[in-house]
Unconditional design. Structure first.
Length: 278
């Protein structure tokens, strides 16, 4: 309860501070009277309420740190009204006890930066996915020993598509079903966090048509977040490989997921290194 009260106090302070930094002209409002004689620095509460479409009473309670719950729709409307940037919007959602707002897909300089990150993981296998489990970047070790997304059309460069429809990948995995179910459980959790996401909805529909296992398991609604695990694959050059799975998220964009597959024993590392150096 003390933590909740502290969070509400922070939320109230943040809203007051952001409101105080804006003038009516900044948000397209006409400033009546002499601006120098406005008793309220920045926007008035009623102006923020009007811009965001919430009641003045409700907004006032938020600024007073009252014990009320703000929906995602209200918080996002306030973020727009207060002209918050992505970092500020993310902070506001955190103070309101909500998940972070969706980030824009990495573009421009971001993708080369992510590529450098996975390349630096070699000889370990590394790949990065977005919030839809679509491949963004991967290193040569991943393409050599696990799966090469370049070999499939761009709209199929997706971890779920690879797991459930790639016969070659399925044949290489010693215990395919537990691994597929684990990833499906993480995907189910992701869909639950973004119930209105059209890309996720399309993936569910298309995978249900393409994979009998996906179609049978999806209604079970199994949810399980990542747990440390070791998988085994039979590679046509390297033989049996044991790989320990790691998942990490970049601080600058927690929607992204980096998966690193590290040799779980000395023999696996020796085999991988021999082939890469051969």
């Amino acid at each position: 309860m003390r933590d909740d009260a502290a969070r509400r106090t922070e939320l109230a302070a943040f809203l007051r501070t952001r409101r105080g930094r804006l003038r009516p002209a900044d948000v397209g409002l006409t400033e009546y009277g002499d601006p120098a004689r406005r008793r309220t620095p920045g926007l008035r509460r009623e102006e923020v309420a009007k811009l965001s479409g919430v009641s003045l009473t409700w907004y006032t309670w938020l600024e007073q740190g009252r014990d009320i719950t703000a929906s995602a729709q209200v918080v996002d409307a306030l973020a727009r009204a207060l002209r918050l940037d992505h970092d500020q919007h993310r902070h506001l959602r955190s103070l309101a006890n909500l998940t972070a707002p969706p980030a824009s897909p990495p573009v421009g300089a971001a993708l080369p930066r992510l590529q450098r990150l996975v390349d630096s993981s070699s000889p370990d296998m590394a790949s990065i996915y977005d919030a839809h489990f679509d491949y963004l970047v991967w290193n040569s070790s991943y393409a050599r020993f696990r799966h090469d997304p370049e070999l499939v059309p761009p709209d199929r460069r997706n971890l779920l598509w690879m797991l459930f429809t790639d016969a070659g990948n399925r044949a290489r995995m010693v215990r395919w079903e537990p691994a597929a179910r684990a990833v499906l459980s993480q995907f189910r959790a992701a869909v639950g966090r973004r119930p209105g996401d059209p890309r996720l909805a399309a993936l569910v529909e298309e995978l249900s048509e393409a994979s009998a296992e996906f179609r049978a398991w999806w209604p079970d609604y199994q949810v399980r977040y990542f747990r440390p695990s070791i998988i085994e694959i039979d590679h046509h050059e390297a033989g049996r490989l044991k790989l320990e799975m790691f998942q990490v998220r970049p601080v600058e964009d927690p929607d992204l997921l980096m998966v690193v597959q590290v040799p779980a024993d000395a023999e696996t590392r020796r085999r991988i290194t021999t082939i890469l150096n051969g």
